[in-house]
Design a binder for this molecule. Structure first.
Ligand code: ZN
Length: 341
């Protein structure tokens, strides 16, 4: 077989793997967005099975490795995108093949189950509920550090999953600098005599109305509602299954209006990034965001630079007023706030 035929076949194999990952992610989405609690074990098992099937396909000599090796030898002849796909496939294979299959399956099952338990523990403020799961996860992670190999610090093996090449040493310096700048600012603001009047943000705002305004904002800032959806979960997150299918969540607190609004704008930023990947990489192993840092830069751009600007609220505040005109009831303070006009 010539190189281009191998490349075509390899891309097809990658899309078969992606198909399974897609199904696994939908199972995870269900699990994290409130499917019935009695199904936790079944869904976690199913997620574990799909994940381990992905591992089995990627580590198979016949299905994957033999073609990957041929493409690596002829990588100079591939175009830029396909050469990057080959390099990325090798990177992912190197990682996933180091974990013994039975441990990988047990780990994926455990983490999906732990997601649900963590939600329950957070909701009930009961850390003891989650503690045994956390312990088991850390044990797995320690073992994986040894499998992956690392220099200086076992966590370096896992920072890879977020920022390739980043290390604990570099991040320690970074966070120290951040602390030295931010902590005095926060302290100075807290000590000022004049504090903003924000009581009205903590009144009772019906969740259904919060949902209306959150969705309006989400779609107005550029999230394509025909290429995704927003649901509620205990902690907001975004999951990009494809540019045409980006799922995100927010969380509504009846007495904390800004929480759901800014979470929506934040996750909207993640989602808009996912919905706008270059056409050239759509559907490939490369369409996954450059790194967690780049991803977060997009969400923070929307949340902080746009969503907290005066211009943004000059535009949306009348909508907010209209939405809650009659709705605001008793909250943290004793008086009832009703938006004027
Ligand atoms: Zn984020």
């Amino acid at each position: 077989m010539d190189l281009m035929s191998v490349n075509k076949s390899f891309l097809d194999r990658l899309s078969q793997i992606r198909g399974l990952e897609y199904a696994g992610n939908v199972v995870y989405w269900d699990l994290a967005t409130g499917a019935g609690s009695r199904g936790i074990d079944a869904r976690s098992k199913s997620f574990g099975v799909l994940s381990s099937q992905v591992q089995a396909m990627m580590t198979s000599e016949a299905f994957f490795l033999s073609e990957l090796e041929i493409l690596e030898e002829g990588i100079e002849k591939l175009d830029e995108r396909d050469a990057l796909i080959v390099k990325e496939a090798r990177y992912q294979l190197d990682r996933i093949s180091r974990i013994p299959p039975d441990e990988y399956r047990a780990y994926t099952e455990l983490t999906s189950k732990a997601t649900v338990i963590w939600e329950e523990a957070k909701d009930k403020s009961d850390f003891d509920l989650f503690a045994p799961y956390l312990e088991e996860i850390v044990e797995f992670k320690r073992k994986f550090s040894d499998y992956f190999g690392y220099e200086d610090h076992p966590y370096n093996a896992h920072i890879e999953d977020f920022e390739r090449g980043m290390t604990v040493k570099v991040l320690d310096v970074f966070f120290e600098e951040l602390k030295a700048t931010i902590v005095p600012i926060v302290k100075a603001i807290g000590e000022r005599n004049s504090q903003p009047m924000d009581d009205f943000l903590f009144l009772s705002y019906p969740v259904e109305k919060q949902k209306d305004i959150a969705e309006k904002i989400l779609y107005s800032i550029g999230f394509d509602k025909n290429a995704g959806e927003m649901k509620e979960s205990e902690h907001p997150f975004t999951m990009g299954l494809d540019v045409s299918d980006v799922r995100l969540t927010t969380h509504y607190y009846q007495n904390r209006l800004t929480s759901s609004l800014f979470s929506t704008i934040h996750e909207g930023g993640h989602g808009i990034y996912e919905q706008n990947f270059s056409k050239n990489i759509v559907g490939t192993i490369l369409a996954d965001g450059t790194s967690a840092g780049i991803h977060e830069s997009q969400s923070r751009l929307f949340e902080n630079n746009i969503g907290r600007s005066e211009a943004f609220w000059s535009y949306f505040y009348p909508d907010l007023q209209k939405t809650f005109k009659k709705a605001a009831g008793q909250g943290r303070t004793s008086h009832v706030y009703e938006c004027s006009q």
